[in-house]
Design a protein around this ligand. Structure first.
Ligand code: FAD
Length: 326
């Protein structure tokens, strides 16, 4: 049976969207391979109750390996996954991406002498094996990566895999005791913090209100924060404005920033450069506000508003407030 092992990251009593997407993708692929998708969770057992672990079954995990160990650190997860793979013979390890996914995936690759492909946006089954698809040359082309090693490691681009609930079945939860390597216990998580915009993490937000150089100045983001606030979303930005110091680097979307796929991406004063597009083109609905009707962003927007954002954004905010108040 060709099984896939997926790392699921949890914090604040929930699994993050990126991990749930990886579990869903693992389940889809394992189904096509005639195997099972298994998840591994590592942390303090008090925060990893049976119900929480079993809930990964709704996204397609047949089994969840629960490992008591330090939270939020890469090396203990490498130890745990290496042991589970060697004991249970998983053929592939899949990660949703993000910094921790990249670090664990790289460590596991070295430990198992495995083949790895990073920044994967799609995976398919060919002749009973997985083939990873990875965009190259500034996303203008896609390369296929085949695995020749015993274990293949797939590290997705952040949010590349969609979280899909596939049923009500809970996953079987199995406790696994792992002896961590001495070096894996040398680091300690002191505190975990998140930079949030409008109180929502931009990688998990369903709605993003993004601003570009068309805002004119740093203070232009205040109107976007207000709109994001009433919509229950978060604020994102282009590289041009974070480089200019108008907004935080953690909010940058694009080739050298984050990749997001919210339900709604509202782009205000953004031209739509290819390096920005690659980070947000997976959004379900793209709405652009730009005063230039020839701006490239309109070529890949679902809805375009030609006009001055300084007039349109406050009106939108008022309209949403009025609708919510009614
Ligand atoms: C190697 C490399 C990596 C890069 N990585 C990234 C990346 O990760 N992310 C990223 O975003 N960029 C990245 N860039 C930069 C990218 O090429 C663009 O320069 C950048 O995205 C442009 O940002 P912008 O849309 O805010 O600004 P601009 O391109 O200057 O666009 C501003 C837009 O605002 C409109 N506008 C102006 N005033 C108003 C108004 N009052 N109302 C409405 N619209 C208005 C204008 O018509 C214009 O279309 C990268 C570049 C390179 C070379």
């Amino acid at each position: 049976m060709t099984s896939i092992l997926v790392y699921a990251l949890h914090y604040d009593g929930a699994f993050n969207k990126n991990s749930l997407g990886a579990v869903s993708e693992g389940a889809r692929l394992a189904g096509e391979l005639g195997g099972e998708c298994h998840a591994v969770v590592v942390g303090d057992k008090s925060g990893l109750g049976d119900d929480l672990c079993a809930s990964l079954g709704r996204y397609g995990a047949a089994r969840v390996y629960r490992v008591e160990g330090p939270e939020g650190l890469a090396q203990p997860v490498v130890d745990a996954m290496a042991k589970i793979i060697s004991d249970s013979g998983h053929r592939y390890a899949l990660f949703g991406g993000g910094l921790l996914g990249f670090e664990i995936g790289a460590g596991l690759t070295a430990r198992l002498d495995a083949g790895v492909c990073m920044e994967v946006t799609s995976v398919r089954v060919e002749d009973g094996k997985l083939v990873s698809e990875r965009p190259i040359l500034q996303d203008s082309s896609v390369s296929d990566v085949h695995y020749r090693s015993d274990v293949g490691v797939i590290i997705g681009r952040l949010n590349a895999f969609e979280a899909r609930e596939s049923g009500d079945a809970g996953a079987a939860v199995e406790d696994v005791a792992v002896e961590f390597a001495p070096h894996s216990l040398r680091a300690k998580m002191v505190t975990r913090g998140e930079q949030r915009g409008a109180d929502v993490n931009i990688e998990d937000a369903d709605i993003l209100v993004a601003g570009g150089r068309g805002l004119g100045k740093a203070e232009g983001f205040e109107a976007l924060e207000e709109l994001a606030g009433v919509l229950g979303g978060a604020v994102a930005a282009t590289r041009a404005v974070v480089d200019a110091g108008w907004y935080s680097y953690s909010a940058q979307i694009g080739q050298t920033g984050k990749t997001v796929a919210p339900k709604l991406y509202l782009a205000a004063g953004i031209s739509g450069a290819i390096q920005h597009k690659v980070g947000m083109q997976g959004s379900e609905n793209i709405v652009a506000i730009n005063k230039d009707s020839n701006a490239p962003i309109f070529e890949f927007s679902d809805l375009g508003i030609v006009g001055d954002l300084n007039k349109i954004v406050p009106k939108l905010t008022e309209a949403v407030k009025a609708k919510k108040g009614s």
